[in-house]
Design a protein around this ligand. Structure first.
Ligand code: NI
Length: 182
């Protein structure tokens, strides 16, 4: 089921989300709906607060572009990108590694806005799965960026919080209008 995506200005986007303690049928359905919603909106990631649920749950799929990363290790072994896509995870833990890199980001909760965000270009992500297993993913590129962007959502942080002061200033008026529209 395609769910409405919460837009900038809604307080749920600023919540520190609660850990998923138990994977219920409701959580599984929610994750499936989040994937469907993300694909429908042509996004590469979606976090639960974006559909109004303040839980540490997110989905990512960057399989459309195999060139978007330069390496991928899953639990210490080299792996193919499509082998872990789509990625569904709860209660993520991120270790940020690598050089800082600027790249363009957008967000399904902030309509019509893209901007350059500087982030570390690689991560080691510990991603608990629904079946109780844990994926430890080391990667870079778009996947590292998406993991950081979605984990930020679970902490009430949006990509616009990470812009340079000059960029922030330049989009201030547009953000105010978006917030007013809800
Ligand atoms: Ni987002």
């Amino acid at each position: 089921m395609i769910l409405p995506i919460v837009q900038y200005g809604h307080p749920v986007l600023r919540e520190r989300c609660k850990p998923v303690e138990e994977v219920t049928e409701e959580i599984r359905t929610l994750a499936a709906d989040m994937l469907e919603t993300m694909y429908d909106a042509n996004g590469v990631g979606l976090a639960a607060p974006q559909i109004g649920v303040a839980l540490r749950l997110a989905v990512i799929d960057v399989a459309h572009d195999p060139e978007c990363i330069s390496f991928l290790k899953v639990n210490g072994e080299d792996a193919a990108l499509e082998s872990i896509m789509p990625l569904i995870f709860i209660n993520p833990e991120l270790e940020l590694v690598g050089e800082k890199e600027r790249d363009t980001e957008g967000c399904l909760s902030i309509r019509d806005m893209r901007a350059e965000v500087t982030r570390p270009n690689a991560v080691k992500a510990t991603l608990p799965q629904f079946d109780g297993s844990v994926l430890v993913i080391e990667t870079d590129g778009l996947l590292a960026r998406a993991l950081q962007h979605e984990t930020d959502h679970l902490n009430g942080v949006l990509f616009i919080d990470r812009l340079s002061p000059a960029t922030k200033l330049s989009i201030k008026r547009k953000l105010r209008r978006l917030a007013a529209e809800g």
